[in-house]
Design a protein. Structure first.
Length: 260
């Protein structure tokens, strides 16, 4: 039996932005979903593109681009082997060149899949993480209150995902229920679905969660964790899903990410 949990790191890969709500417009959609990725590139071209692309804004997005590219190559039979040692070295070079922060130590428990030599291998994110004794105060990892045996249900109907989180700037709160926020899936045939940060009181009725204006969707990064007996804490990225361009995206997405 396996289950999936959606996770949200806030301000992953960057410093928090000072927000003046009188001058800064709010975007209520999570920004890291459904970016385009040219899957016809070879590995060296992919790394070169990552090094110059304005779309890749963090180390996590760079890792997700490589994972999406390797999975596509495997599923379509166009797999090009990647030496994981070379991959780690080149990614470290890119991290230094771009000035990205290493991943927080929370990610030490996560693995990812690389396919080479005709087999899948599960690799730890350890080379790209800070040591456990080093904290990254600008980053918080949040688990969704709900977990799902079938994450594809989210692709076909509106679903609310609750997160408990008290923003550091909220020093005192007497509102009933827990501080937090809700991300609502908005199904769309064109883009599978979007994730919208709920800001209206009506979305929080009878949920046990209340919202503070300090929460900003543009500071979020969303990914799925799959857990089962054999694969513990396996990271599945969502950032580059626009690469699947077909009328049956939901079925393609399922095969693309969860076939082996």
């Amino acid at each position: 039996k396996q289950w999936y949990q959606r996770r949200v790191p806030i301000t992953a890969g960057g410093e928090p932005t000072s927000i003046n709500r009188n001058t800064v417009s709010r975007c209520n959609y999570v920004a890291n979903l459904y970016h385009d990725l040219d899957l016809n590139m070879n590995f060296d071209e992919l790394l070169e593109w990552i090094s110059v692309s304005d779309s890749v804004t963090s180390l996590l997005m760079a890792i997700e681009a490589v994972l999406t590219w390797t999975k596509f190559c495997r599923v379509t039979g166009k797999q090009k082997d990647i030496n994981p040692g070379t991959f780690n070295v080149k990614l470290k070079d890119l991290t230094a060149k771009k000035g990205w922060s290493l991943l927080p130590s929370d990610f030490l428990k996560y693995s990812y899949q690389l396919y080479y030599g005709g087999l899948y291998y599960h690799k730890k994110l350890t080379p790209h993480c800070l040591p456990e004794d080093v904290s990254l105060l600008t980053y918080t990892e949040l688990n969704c209150v709900e977990s799902y045996n079938d994450p594809f249900k989210l692709l076909s109907e509106e679903t609310k995902l609750r997160f408990h989180f008290k923003h550091p700037s909220v020093t005192s709160c007497s509102i009933p229920g827990q501080c937090g926020f809700i991300l609502k899936t908005v199904p769309s045939d064109a883009a599978l679905w979007k994730l919208e940060l709920c800001t209206e009181d009506k979305d929080y009725r009878d949920t046990g969660v209340h919202f503070h204006e300090e929460i900003r969707a543009e500071n979020m990064h969303v990914y799925i964790i799959r857990r089962e007996c054999r694969l513990q804490n396996l990271l599945f990225p969502l950032t580059w899903l626009s690469c699947i361009n077909s009328s049956d995206k939901k079925e393609k997405w399922s095969k693309f990410y969860f076939s082996s």
